[in-house]
Ligand binder design. Sequence first.
Ligand code: A2P
Length: 294
Amino acid sequence: DLPRIDLNSGTSIPQLGLGVWQADDDETERAVTHALDEAGYTHIDTAAAYGNEEAVGRAIAAASVDRDDIFVTTKLWNADQRGRDAVLAACDTSLSKLGLDQVDLYLVHWPLLDSDRMKRTWEAMQEIAESGKAKAIGVCNFEPHHLQVIIGHGEIVPAVDQVECHPNLPQNDLRAFAHDGGIAVESWSPLGGTPNSGWGKASKDNTLLKDATLGDIAEKHGKSIAQVIIRWHLQGGLVVIPKSVTPERISQNIDVFDFSLDDTDMLDIARLSNNRRVGAHPDEMNVGAPADDE
Ligand code: A2P
């Protein structure tokens, strides 16, 4: 079984999952099917904004793995942060597309510039948790200052914060803050990102998968660079959701439990920290933010 991380909701999350951002319906259905039926994944991470929840749902319905043994995450899109009713309706729409009664984790996809709006959204997210439609709720791309807006606003502290995180952007301050608050951190673009993608301004090539230091470490262990990076996340206590639509890579990315990085490897990788983001900065991302509530 995959290692799991306990969440403050009382549930736990498999530490490795499959991400499906920027995969179209056919790619998604094939990738999720391969992940669940062939590769041994038990955790799928999608979002309303990815446009592929129906494909994820079809693959889950057809998989030989029981629904209860799969951890499913989806996310509330910015444009649906239009007040309580719109948030609840967006969750229902996602559940219906996924063909599920509940998700294991429902995340606010991005913080917005408007703090009051974020608070209203978080109130509605808590209703969703209380109704059982999400076993746990959390956020994505929240910097500590965003977390401070919603922590204490109601009873429920976000179970996770899913942020861009990889050896170039190890997020040490945010991870320390989250750790103190009992919030698990999940890494998106864990391998350094998909080339030519990205909301907002940033859209850069993946340089990590070609990095010489990582290449040396990979060679030393007889593993690929992707596998070394995934180990770095796992050993750092992060939840990691590498995206791939390629069956061999999906299998390769979970074949990481037969080796470990030593202290020297971890120190060498720590030196790759250079604050290089491949995605949008949370403070600049307000795409689709609504002007008014419903
Ligand atoms: P693809 O989906 O075509 O297989 P991230 O998770 O950091 O966003 O990285 C995703 C990118 O890395 C995608 O372009 C994906 O390509 C590629 N990728 C995923 N796994 C591997 C791997 N094991 N080796 C090389 N590239 C990979």
